[in-house]
Design a protein around this ligand. Structure first.
Ligand SMILES: Nc1ncnc2c1ncn2[C@@H]1O[C@H](COP(=O)(O)OP(=O)(O)O)[C@@H](O)[C@H]1O
Ligand SMILES: [Mg+2]
Length: 382
């Protein structure tokens, strides 16, 4: 076990890293963040910031000299950086289990190969592959295999010609074509797994997206027990099959015909798990620190119904303002059970995640009512 007081290392400097820093510091750890930016959400709260590229030998050596254990806040950190750190420090998750989730093709092969239900899809490595596409996949979505997030690197397609055009726009990157699923709702399960193979999952989150970006997460999800149990079993099994060490999220579709399909895996804490900070005994970020440091897993029980609302940069431009204007935070703060989290990003931009607010309630209806009132007041569409 790496005891409190020691240094933990983090690759990546965004909001997930910021919330990891805060949780680890609260346990008594010091955190060193390696991130190329001069400043950022994690760097501004870290005990030390190494501003270097992820593969810069000097930066990595500096982090390795300080930290007894290291983790990452996003899946696109180069595997070589994690492998380098693993020579001298505990590293969770291992580069190999992150690699599968870095690429939608390997992710889908992994999932379907292990018998998990996924939506119908085709792999597109070149335009020639489009000729072999089953027209029943249309209407669909072309997604770049790598580096997509928040709906980026995706385009909706109705015809095979549109599939070809979408592929060309991706400039020869490998892609997948997914059938557009008629959704009843979307859910996710966040699960932690430690080196001993013990697992602990949080309650199922019901996720509503707008324009491919998470808008609201309602927890517990309003799905039947059978679906909730199945979703938990899937996420836990995924973590086991990956021999995963750390916190992981499995996003799923509940199709209108009742099928539960795995959409994607995020090998890290996830936006849909932010409710755990305020509504659970142990947050996903504290758990990330616990697994990293080899501490016992914390209790994932939810003590209060919660609705999390994402705060995107759009609300800085309410009323079509051309220059950003600070949102009316009083409209959030006047609700005694609304917990505001801002990530300290200097530049608000449309579709950029700037913060979130978790609305707690004695009942889920109460939490939903507060969330709706806050959305209305801040100008977030329903
Ligand atoms: N095959 C699909 N059918 C229906 N909706 C989809 C499909 N794929 C993606 N979406 C919608 O777009 C959102 C973002 O897509 P996702 O594959 O999760 O990419 P990202 O990496 O951007 O999160 C999903 O949460 C869902 O709302
Ligand atoms: Mg997603």
């Amino acid at each position: 076990m790496v005891p409190p007081g020691a240094w933990l290392g983090l690759l990546g400097g965004g909001q997930l890293g910021r919330m990891f820093c805060m949780a680890a510091q609260s346990l008594g750890y010091k955190v060193v963040v390696l991130d190329p930016g001069a400043t950022g959400p994690a760097a501004s709260v870290a005990d030390r910031h190494i501003a270097s590229d992820y593969l810069d030998a000097r930066g990595l050596a500096e982090l390795a000299a300080l930290a007894s254990a290291a983790t990452t806040e996003f899946e696109n950190v180069p595997a070589a950086a994690l492998d380098y750190l693993a020579k001298t420090a505990r590293v969770t998750p291992a580069a190999a289990s992150v690699a599968i989730a870095q690429d939608r093709i390997s992710e889908k092969m992994f999932l379907s190969g292990h018998g998990f239900a996924v939506g119908p899809f085709a792999v597109l490595r070149s335009e020639a592959d489009v000729d072999a596409v089953d027209a029943r996949l249309l209407p669909g979505i072309v997604k770049s295999a790598r580096l997509g997030y928040d709906g980026k690197g995706q385009s909706g397609v109705e015809t095979l010609d549109e599939v070809r055009a979408a592929l060309r726009a991706m400039r020869g990157q490998p892609c997948v074509l997914e059938q557009r699923i008629a959704l009843a709702c979307e859910v996710s399960v966040i699960v932690a797994r430690n080196e001993q193979g013990e697992t602990a999952a949080w309650p199922v989150a019901e996720n509503r997206h707008r324009d491919g970006i998470l808008d609201v997460a309602i927890v517990p999800a309003r799905v039947c027990d059978a679906i909730a149990r199945k979703a938990h079993a899937i996420a836990t099994r995924v973590a086991e099959l990956l021999a995963y060490c750390g916190v992981l999220c499995v996003e799923m579709f509940v199709a209108q015909d009742g099928a539960l399909l795995v959409n994607e895996i995020a090998p890290r804490p996830h936006n849909s798990g932010h409710f755990s900070i305020d509504a659970c005994v142990t947050s996903q970020f504290e758990q990330q620190a616990r697994v990293l440091a080899g501490l016992p897993l914390g209790d994932t029980r939810q003590h209060t119904p919660a609705v999390m609302v994402n705060l995107l940069g759009d609300i800085w431009f309410a009323g079509d303002a051309t220059a950003p204007r600070e949102p009316a935070w009083y409209e959030v703060l006047r609700h005694p059970s609304a917990k505001l989290h801002l990530y300290g990003k200097a530049q608000p931009r449309r579709a950029r995640k700037m913060g979130h607010v978790t609305c707690l309630g004695a009942t889920q209806e109460e939490a939903l009512e507060t969330a709706l009132a806050i959305k209305r007041a801040l100008g977030i569409p329903r």
